[in-house]
Design a protein around this ligand. Structure first.
Ligand code: AMP
Length: 219
């Protein structure tokens, strides 16, 4: 099964991707996580991406396309993939189409998570993440058992630099300009499945699974 999770920053794509991954052994491919790993490693690519990401802008298409191309036909992706945060531009979507065509496979669904702007800002500004196991928390709606400490691995929770107000604004602009056009792109192909992204992660997962019910090869 091949799924794309689309939606503005803070819509909960990463959280849903993890839940879908656990459920069916699908592999989550998250370009944001890959880029943060590259930044942590201090590689040349990481240093270049770091500045762009902190500012909340999009990393050049060529870099993320290459990252996905290197992973998409890996053994761990045999049961299927969940693309989380990729594609984010029409050029990336076209490159993905070419990769899938070359593999002789098609997309099963593009889940489009939808959330009002005020909720996006509230979610992003309260979000805290574990840099070790990538678990996601929220200062108000999903606080860990011990303040500042990950329930799963004991990692010290951080606020992503791009979850600060200035970067949030830039990320929303990048979403509107470059990523929103993808909704029409996939609607036109007929694979767009809208999902309301407000509520708890469990409620959103229920809606996601319900929406996928009509999709062949469902999870
Ligand atoms: P995310 O974790 O998906 O919110 O991504 C964090 C940041 O990584 C974004 O704000 C971008 O700077 C960069 N990024 C992640 N995925 C992409 C992509 N597909 N294209 C361009 N930049 C990306």
């Amino acid at each position: 099964m091949k799924l794309i999770l689309l939606g503005p920053p803070g819509a909960g794509k990463g959280t849903q991707a993890k839940r879908l991954e656990d459920r069916r052994g699908l592999r989550q491919l998250a370009t944001g996580d890959m880029l943060r790993e590259a930044v942590k490693s201090g590689s040349e690519l990481g240093q270049k991406a770091d500045r762009i990401m902190k500012a909340g802008q999009l990393v050049p298409d060529g870099i993320v396309i290459q990252m996905i191309a290197e992973r998409i036909d890996g053994k761990d992706c045999a049961k299927g993939i969940i693309l989380d945060g990729f594609p984010r531009t029409v050029a990336q979507a076209e490159a993905l189409d070419a990769m899938l065509t070359e593999q002789g496979v098609t997309l099963d669904a593009v889940l489009s998570y939808e959330l009002p702007l005020e909720e996006i800002i509230a979610r992003l500004s309260g979000r805290r993440t574990c840099p070790v196991c990538k678990s996601v928390y929220h200062t108000v709606t999903r606080s860990p058992r011990v303040k500042g400490v990950c329930d799963h691995c004991g990692g010290k929770l951080i606020q992503r630099e791009d979850d600060r107000p200035e970067s949030i604004r830039t990320r929303m602009l990048a979403y509107e300009k470059s990523t929103r056009p993808l909704l029409d792109y996939y609607r036109h192909i007929g694979s767009l499945v809208p999902v309301l992204a407000s509520g708890t992660p469990e409620e959103i997962l229920k809606r996601t699974l319900y929406s996928l019910n009509g999709v062949p090869g469902r999870v």
